[in-house]
Design a protein around this ligand. Structure first.
Ligand SMILES: *Cc1c(COP(=O)(O)O)cnc(C)c1O
Length: 429
């Protein structure tokens, strides 16, 4: 558990800033990110990797959170970027990343998108043989190829991106052919890539895909004489969301993957490739809370509801994946200190559901939680830095929320709250 940026005094604090002050100043719903937590996450992972294999590169998988203040902060720490869309490439370039620091990994990529990527000179990670053929008519950029290693893992079926059900990458039986074709088409071949899934906290789950991939990389390299400049093993590093879940053992992860990496590059004579990683969730997930105001309370014979001003328009994960996010009463955080540190939730009240303002029964941010709150209190939804704001929508014609970054005792608006007028943007009548 890595929530050192959260603490409890009279109210919940992010670093040295009182959350209720933030909520009063910037209004709610409000995403609040700790800069310290963001830097810590990056540096903790970087250090663990440097200790075991120093020729490594961390590409932040920015689909988790593309606020440009977050992109800029991570670049300062030494991050590269993994982008999955032209929009993400655009935002990364606007945040100061060099084209050479960006790897694009898309799926179902159009020719128009390929043209943009070639024009911007970013590396392209190929997802299909058709994409390779289409790209060859547009240019000959640096490429890698995404392998489906035949195995995957993840916290939800939707988040498993390797194995026979997955639409991503090129299956092992066609991968040598794909590289041969890339050679024939005169591409500048730089790497091989996989990304097996998301939310993986068990180091063992990475082992067999890692071994498979390294063996396949060896086969490609030896059969057609390619020396890989980098081998990219994707992201997927999980974080604990529930109080009884354990963190990924970072030292264990790093030791395990680099030991396979090193022994396989030796076994297959792969030279001295860079080990590239693409964590998204791990870098940003626990850096951010969502502050939401209690609007209403009600009950029926079966449920107690606390009605708040954030719904699945603000945070989609609970409705979309059935995800669990911790909830703390930021105005009155008694007992919350232990919860922040990962203690079990205690029975402090009859359990309640935290319900949003949308006209949808599925609009619950949390179910059966021991939360006590009065109307007007602010609740903090924890660990929303990854796949939080980026999945928000204007459903029910609700303007998008604001984002704030905290550093020490200072807070800074990093995205304005939308207004009602914004709902008319681009509408033509
Ligand atoms: C989503 C994604 C990642 C990051 O996944 P996390 O689970 O957030 O670490 C990395 N690489 C690619 C290609 C992705 O699509």
């Amino acid at each position: 558990m890595n929530r050192n940026h959260l603490s409890v005094s009279d109210h919940l604090n992010v670093e040295d800033v009182d959350c209720t002050r933030l909520a009063e100043k910037y209004k709610t719903p409000l995403y609040v990110t700790s800069k310290k937590a963001l830097k810590n996450n990056f540096n903790e992972l970087k250090e663990a990797l440097d200790n075991t294999y120093s020729n490594n590169r961390i590409h932040y998988a920015c689909k988790a959170n593309t606020n440009i203040s977050i992109l800029k902060t991570l670049r300062k720490e030494g991050s590269y970027i993994d982008a999955v869309s032209v929009g993400e490439v655009y935002l990364a370039l606007k945040s100061g990343y060099e084209p050479s620091e960006i790897l694009f990994t898309g799926t179902s990529v159009s020719n128009k998108e390929l043209e943009y990527l070639v024009e911007k000179d970013v590396k392209i990670n190929i997802d299909s043989i058709s994409q390779l053929e289409r790209l060859s008519k547009i240019g000959s950029p640096e490429i890698s190829i995404r392998l489906n290693p035949g195995v995957g893992a993840g916290h939800h079926d939707h988040c498993i991106t390797g194995g026979k059900e997955s639409k991503f990458g090129i299956w092992e039986d066609k991968i040598v052919k794909a590289y041969e074709k890339a050679q024939r088409l005169d591409f500048d071949i730089k790497g091989i890539h996989m990304h097996i899934g998301s939310g993986i906290r068990d180091v063992n789950k990475f082992i067999s895909p890692m071994e498979r991939m390294m063996d396949i990389a060896g086969k490609v390299s030896n059969e057609i004489g390619i020396e890989f400049e980098f081998i990219d093993i994707g992201g997927g590093l999980g974080i604990p969301y529930k109080p009884n879940e354990t963190s990924l053992n970072l030292k264990g992860y790093s030791e395990e993957i680099t030991s396979i990496f090193k022994s396989k590059i030796e076994e297959h004579g792969l030279g001295n490739p860079t080990l590239a990683l693409e964590p998204g969730r791990f870098l940003v997930g626990d850096t951010t809370i969502l502050l939401t105001k209690v609007n209403d309370k009600k009950s029926n014979p079966f449920h107690k509801f606390i009605g708040v001003d954030a719904g699945f328009n603000t945070l989609l994960r609970p409705a979309m994946y059935g995800s669990h996010h911790g909830v703390i009463n930021a105005t009155n955080p008694k007992n919350a200190g232990r919860y922040i540190d990962g203690a079990k939730e205690t029975e402090i009240n009859k359990k309640v559901d935290i319900a949003g303002p949308l006209c949808e029964s599925g609009d619950l941010l949390a179910e059966d939680r021991p939360i006590k709150a009065k109307i007007g209190d602010y609740l903090a939804i924890l660990d929303v830095g990854a796949y939080g704001y980026v999945m928000s929508s204007r459903y029910n014609s609700r303007p998008l929320p604001a984002e704030v970054m905290v550093e020490g005792n200072k807070s800074k608006l990093i995205r304005k709250r939308e207004t009602l007028e914004d709902l008319l943007n681009n509408q033509v009548d």
